[in-house]
Design a protein around this ligand. Structure first.
Ligand code: CP
Length: 317
């Protein structure tokens, strides 16, 4: 594997899940693989889980890790070509990227969608430039359109908790006060569509995702109907994708908050969320604190998904 930005890069899903299970049984089995190798993690946006789990995964493989928060202590970076750089941005990404590549063997990048220009966001311009100009294997720690390390961890978690071969998995939009990218729901949908699960997406009208990611999922606008018989409820907020409302918050209707009454419609479903989560906007306290909430094991699996990906990239060096 030379890069990891989407589900196609992981290849055979069952093989990847088997590798994840093997790593989880003994996460220190490959400590020699990363010896004298350096991972550079570059953050254009904040993080708790991705930062910690990815660094831990690299350390499990014996790697050295450098973390750069671009907006704290580095030169402000220009990302557009052709710009006259007479403003506050001192360095262009097109020099910064190959320079960063000089100091490491592999690069992880987090760069969210700006939510102003759909075409620019959906080109995933920043991570694509890293792939093109760094000379190193690159993996996504959440890019503009996808969050594949999260989705892989979500899939590992569903496989661990499912009690039937073909569970019903429902991804539900839920309210949030700020405009969030579509990366997590896009990516979750992409990974669920790569499985044989019964996958349903529910959201208010106006929150339709890019059809490329929705794929063969069933879309149900009635949240309660969608919840009926579900085995997993995956809650997430996202801003509007469709024009002319791209990147906008169209609703903060708390009628869409996941609560105990809606969870009672399910087949005793597990509750999932990628975190961080806004309590009593996305989900009520009692649901996230219930014994059917698996948000912590889900977050713990971020270390495992990252370790599979970094291991495969090390093997390709
Ligand atoms: N789920 C996730 O990616 O968490 P962070 O934004 O804290 O890394």
């Amino acid at each position: 594997m030379k890069k990891f930005t989407n589900v196609a890069d992981i290849g055979d899903i069952n093989k990847a899940l088997a590798e994840a299970a093997e790593i989880k049984r003994n996460r220190f089995a490959y400590t020699g693989l990363g010896r004298n190798k350096t991972l550079m993690m570059i953050f254009f946006n904040s993080s708790l889980r991705t930062r910690l789990s990815t660094q831990k995964a690299a350390m499990n493989l014996g790697m050295n890790v450098i973390v750069l928060d671009v907006n704290q202590g580095a030169w402000k970076l220009e990302t557009e070509r052709g710009v006259i750089m007479d403003g506050d941005k001192a360095e262009h990404l097109l020099e910064a990227i190959p320079v960063m590549g000089c100091y490491c063997d592999m690069i992880g990048v987090r760069s969210f969608a700006g939510l102003k220009d759909k075409a620019e966001d959906y080109e995933d311009r920043v991570i694509e430039q890293f792939i093109r100009y760094s000379g190193r294997p690159v993996f996504s720690m959440e890019a503009a359109t996808r969050h594949p390390l999260q989705s892989f961890a979500d899939l590992i978690t569903i496989e661990e908790f499912k009690t039937k071969p073909r569970p019903k998995v429902v991804m539900t939009w839920a309210p949030h006060p700020r405009a969030l990218p579509q990366a997590v729901p896009n990516s979750f949908a992409e990974w669920m569509n790569a499985t044989d699960y019964d996958f349903v997406i529910t959201h208010p009208e106006g929150y339709e995702l890019d059809p490329k990611f929705v794929g063969n999922a069933r879309v149900e606008y009635d949240q309660r109907k969608a919840f009926e018989g579900a085995d997993f409820i995956y809650a997430k907020n996202w801003s509007a994708y469709t024009d002319p409302n791209y990147g906008k918050v169209l609703s903060t209707d708390r009628g869409w908050t996941v609560d105990a009454e809606k969870m009672a419609l399910t087949d005793n479903a597990f509750f999932m969320h990628c975190l961080p989560v806004r309590r009593n906007m996305i989900v009520t306290d009692d649901v996230i604190e219930s014994d059917r909430s698996i948000v912590i094991p889900e977050a713990a699996n971020r270390e495992i998904s990252a370790q599979v990906v970094i291991k495969r990239l090390l093997e390709s060096l």
